[in-house]
Design a protein around this ligand. Structure first.
Ligand SMILES: [Zn+2]
Length: 448
């Protein structure tokens, strides 16, 4: 019985997604898609040489193969990019999340006693590349967090910016914009070492002329939303300049057309979902990126507490804007700048209640949105010279008016109770019929 199982395992090649360390007698038929160079290393365990290469299987999944010392030189001399090999007797080593550059959680370690031989008659067809390109225009419709491969001409490539993570550790990021034959462009945010890698591969080599728009393939980037649909790098993301893929030719031809020379359209933000207020309340686990459209009427503005003192200190041409804490002797303190101040910049955090036929909800307008709505900056509204009449004149321009709101809904807790926090992203007035306008005018006049 055991013999049969072993015979089967040795006879039929396995696929990368079925590899695990308790399955010893595997055979993998795979094509070498990337042959790395031999690197010298020097660490606590001593010094030596290391070789990495990548293999893909019949399903298009890939795995990293690592060889040390003698084996590094041995396999470097033996393997060729593009060739299919039968690999067995390797050991599997777990690769921590964040260090992976393949779809597998394992990497294969090959030693001198492992077997790697050319496979002239593979049992199944093995793709020549691990790319599954998605046209840029199609990325708009894909769910957030989907892994995609894209290829396009680089139209913009930013400097590397350093930033600090929430846990205080530092990281770096850069952005690259590419466009393809669909006439759309997309921005990819690269994180960590990938920024340096992009700089290296996009930099013209000193013996070669600079390419105006190098063609870049990005493998395994993730869809996300940041002022429209964009891509972000993941630990498994790989970059390739002018890879040997059939898509290159059609892209190069397209780049010579007049259509390609005009600017490409960036992907827009995902279309917001239209919801009634009752449905917003019923929404228990809102997606933080989800935008909701609601047509509703403003029925109350909280003018008792509509703004907060913000730090007016300007650093690197940017205003700090941190909410100030009231200190002693009528001063304020900015915890970000660690400074006490007597001046401040008032910014809106205007809470208002809106209503549709199904219910009411409290929503918050931050500075830009509230300024567009009321037409006066919070500083001006806060001026003590403003009379109650002035305030009322401003409020009645929006009170009982109906708008098409775009909200961001996020879960939050208030006094230990879970609730939804609804922030207005944008609002546009909805045309009202004359009867309604007259009714509102009559009502407001009556209250004056
Ligand atoms: Zn500050």
């Amino acid at each position: 019985m055991a013999n049969t199982t072993l015979g089967k395992a040795l006879g039929a090649p396995t696929t990368i997604n079925k590899l695990h360390p308790y399955h010893m007698a595997w055979i993998l038929e795979g094509r070498v898609i990337r042959k790395g160079t031999i690197h010298d290393y020097n660490n606590a365990k001593g010094e030596g040489q290391i070789l990495n290469f990548n293999v893909i299987d019949t399903l298009g999944d890939d795995i990293n193969v690592t060889c040390f010392g003698k084996a590094a030189a041995f396999y470097h001399a033996k393997i060729q990019e593009g060739t299919i090999y039968r690999i067995s007797k390797g050991t599997l080593k777990y690769v921590k999340v964040g260090y992976r550059d393949s779809s597998s959680p394992w990497e294969i370690m090959l030693g001198m006693d492992s077997i790697l031989e050319i496979c002239t008659e593979p049992t199944t067809c093995i793709p020549t590349t691990a790319f599954h390109f998605t046209p840029i225009s199609a990325i708009q419709q894909m769910p957030l967090g989907t892994t995609v491969d894209v290829i396009g001409a680089v139209t913009f490539w930013s400097e590397i910016s350093k930033s600090t993570r929430k846990d205080g550790s530092s990281t770096q990021h850069s952005t690259i914009t590419i466009k393809d034959h669909t006439g759309y462009c997309i921005t990819i945010t690269l994180w960590g070492v990938l920024c340096d890698e992009a700089n290296q591969i996009l930099q013209p080599q000193h013996d070669q002329p600079a390419v105006e728009m190098p063609i870049l393939a990005v493998r395994k980037a993730k869809t996300t939303e940041f002022r429209g649909r964009t891509l972000t790098s993941a630990p498994s993301t790989q970059l390739f300049v002018t890879p040997a893929v059939p898509e290159i030719e059609s892209l190069q031809i397209w780049l010579t057309t007049t259509e390609a020379s005009t600017s490409a359209t960036p992907l827009s933000t995902q279309a917001p979902v239209e919801k009634k207020i009752v449905d917003i309340h019923a929404c228990t686990s809102p997606n933080a990126n989800e935008q909701i459209v609601t047509i509703a009427t403003i029925i109350h503005l909280n003018m008792e507490n509509y703004c907060y003192p913000a730090c007016s200190r300007v650093v690197n041409n940017k205003q700090c804007q941190k909410k100030l804490i009231t200190g002693p002797d009528s001063t304020w303190h900015c915890s970000k700048c660690n400074l006490s101040t007597t001046t401040c910049d008032y910014r809106y955090a205007l809470h208002m209640m809106v209503e549709d036929r199904t219910g009411t909800i409290w929503v918050t307008n931050f500075d830009d949105v509230a300024l567009t709505l009321l037409g006066v900056p919070a500083n001006a509204l806060k001026e003590q010279t403003r009379s109650i009449d002035d305030l009322w004149n401003i409020i009645k321009q929006v009170l009982f008016h109906t708008y098409r709101f775009i909200f961001f809904v996020t879960p939050s807790t208030y006094k230990g109770k879970e609730q939804l926090s609804c922030t207005v992203h944008n609002m546009t007035p909805v045309e009202q019929d004359i009867d309604h306008t007259e009714l509102v005018a009559a009502f407001l006049d009556g209250t004056e």
